[in-house]
Write a protein that binds this ligand. Structure first.
Ligand code: NAD
Length: 307
């Protein structure tokens, strides 16, 4: 398959290249399944991923089903910790601290959004950075912004990884990110900068969105606004990564209006089936790293060889 911009046939005549996350995720999962089996052989237990769910909403339910299925596929025990929406901030932090202290739990994710009465910062701060496999703790966010190796927010990483693994050059390109959340837009922009893209970040207060999006050679969209980006806001030949997952009626749709975009773009991630599957596979690769680090640290402590 040719990379966008290569070859003699224009994208408008053959339709866009679909950047599917499924096959890439399947490759990562296959190697993770072997790695987790080796982990279990060496350390005598299978590490758990704890998913803390406070209350429930529709997108969370979709996401949770996917992540639990991915856990099954690689031999990790996904532990759903369901907490009532009326929990206090203290109550929730106590639950997270219990998971921090549980040696079988290698990674913790807290499903967002949280009920309005719970201060997000308090909850994020209570997660042990060594178990923060979705990179939301200030320590991991700080490491990312300085270019050091912490845990990366998996969705942001997936948005960049799908480009890299599809052979799309980022270095030197005009890359536009729509959305500046701490979990997707901002970390994606930092990762794209790390890949030497010339990055512009747009957000809800940006004036004339289309003026900026039309400048993009690569466009990453993470807004949670179904169909926000339409074909007339894109320049021909752009590569689009649609991170949005929105439940509209019975359907899952992205933030890009696929119908009007498909005749303009060179390549685009489908929704569903683009960034989503890759996100979960990467998250579990972080879990493996966390589990190994914790097991080795535990063993060093037991032998008195920590520095
Ligand atoms: P968020 O609500 O925290 O942030 C949305 C961002 O979009 C904000 O920075 C806001 O400024 C910007 N925005 C909102 N309306 C806009 C507008 N009209 N014009 C320009 N910018 C606008 O959302 P989030 O957590 O970053 O998630 C974004 C999307 O990604 C959602 O659809 C979410 O479901 C999806 N998501 C997907 C995955 C995955 O695995 N693919 C994982 C997490 C989130």
């Amino acid at each position: 398959m040719t990379a966008p911009g290569e070859g003699a046939i224009s994208p408008a005549r053959v339709g866009p290249r679909l950047l599917a996350g499924g096959p890439i995720a399947a490759e990562i999962r296959a190697s993770l399944a072997e790695d987790f089996a080796r982990f279990k052989e060496r350390w005598g237990y299978a590490p758990s991923l704890a998913i803390v769910l406070v209350g429930a909403d529709a997108p969370s339910a979709v996401y949770l089903r996917q992540i639990l299925r991915t856990c099954d596929k690689v031999g990790v025990s996904g532990r759903l910790v369901e907490i009532g929406a009326d929990v206090t901030a203290d109550g929730l932090c106590t639950e997270i601290e219990r998971l921090n202290a549980d040696p079988a739990v290698a990674g913790i994710i807290v499903q967002m959004p949280l009920p309005a009465h719970i201060p997000l910062r308090t909850v994020i701060d209570s997660i042990d950075p060594a178990k923060d496999i979705d990179g939301i703790h200030p320590r991991n966010a700080g490491l990312l912004s300085l270019g050091y190796e912490g845990f990366l927010p998996a969705t942001a990483q997936a948005a960049v990884e799908i480009l890299k693994r599809s052979g799309i050059e980022i270095a030197g390109k005009r890359v536009v990110v729509v959305g500046r959340s701490n979990v997707v837009g901002k970390p994606a922009a930092l990762l794209l900068l790390r890949e030497h893209g010339s990055v512009t970040i747009l957000h809800s207060k940006t004036r004339d969105l289309g003026h900026h999006t039309r400048d993009a050679e690569i466009l990453i969209v993470a807004t949670g606004r179904p169909g926000l980006i339409t074909g007339e806001m894109l320049s021909p030949g752009v590569v689009v990564v649609d991170v949005g997952i929105n439940v509209v009626g019975e359907e899952l749709v992205g933030d890009v209006d696929f119908e009007s975009a498909k005749d303009v773009v060179a390549a685009i991630t489908p929704v569903p089936g683009g960034v989503g599957p890759l996100t979960n596979a990467l998250l579990l690769s972080h879990l493996l790293r966390a589990a190994r680090d914790q097991a080795e640290l535990g063993s060093a402590v037991a032998q008195g060889t920590t520095r």
